[in-house]
Design a protein around this ligand. Structure first.
Ligand code: CA
Length: 230
């Protein structure tokens, strides 16, 4: 990645483009803009971006289709923009390889925070992880020995709890949909069993969180899934 990350913004609404332009310029990102899907795919191929911001409602083609076409070759993080009533579309986009989402209207602070997390996550995935020990605040997960510690006390997890935790940890900072977690932990035959997830998540939180009602490690993305704090 270059010193100044290149961001491709795909959005047809001029006021939102202006808002993104001023937010990002102040934070010293380089920005290229596309106002439709065809143009965006062409630009991305000519000038591969470090990050993509993609609006799902585009005039010429479905944002999901743009996402799928970009994901065929582009590894850079993709953050989607969606409207409040586009819950299902948002989930579908995450399942199709989007990294994160912002629901309109959003603030500059929110936007910049999501961009930082996505770029940091991409950089971590790009380099070989030297240590198999994941540490966040008081939680330590040793992926080599499969041991988990909170404040230096070992926590005993069931195999499924461990798998759930490590799936979240391996994608720290990224929103994981219910469907994705069910597929990773329980397998493709259990994609509808969201109650498994609720039950195991509650058990896991009781073991690792100080206050399971106010979790600081595993955050709930309402109606979408979960995210390990970054
Ligand atoms: Ca739009």
């Amino acid at each position: 990645m270059t010193a100044t990350p290149l961001i491709l913004m795909i959005e047809d609404e001029l006021p939102i483009r202006r808002f993104l332009r001023s937010s990002l310029a102040a934070d010293e990102y380089r920005l290229i803009e596309a106002d439709n899907g065809q143009q965006a795919i062409k630009i991305a191929a000519q000038q591969p971006p470090d990050l993509v911001i993609l609006d799902l409602g585009l005039p010429d083609m479905d944002g999901q289709e743009v996402l799928k076409q970009l994901r065929e070759w582009l590894q850079a993080p993709i953050i989607i923009l969606s409207a409040r009533d586009q819950e299902q579309q948002k989930i579908a986009a995450l399942d199709h390889g989007a990294d994160d989402y912002l629901t309109k209207p959003f603030s500059t602070g929110e936007l910049l925070a999501r961009i930082r997390v996505a770029l940091r996550h991409a950089a971590q995935v790009g380099e070989e992880r030297e240590s198999p020990v994941f540490v966040h605040r008081d939680l330590q997960v040793d992926l080599a020995t499969r041991r988990v510690f909170v404040k230096d006390t070992e926590i005993h997890l069931t195999p499924l709890e461990y798998k759930l935790l490590t799936t979240l940890v391996r994608h720290a900072g990224k929103v994981l949909t219910h469907r994705f977690l069910l597929k990773e932990v329980w397998g493709p035959l259990h994609l509808q069993e969201t109650h498994y997830l609720r039950v195991f998540m509650a058990g896991l939180r009781r073991k690792i969180e100080d206050d399971p009602a106010q979790p600081c490690y595993i955050l709930t993305e309402q109606g979408v899934g979960y995210r390990f704090a970054d």
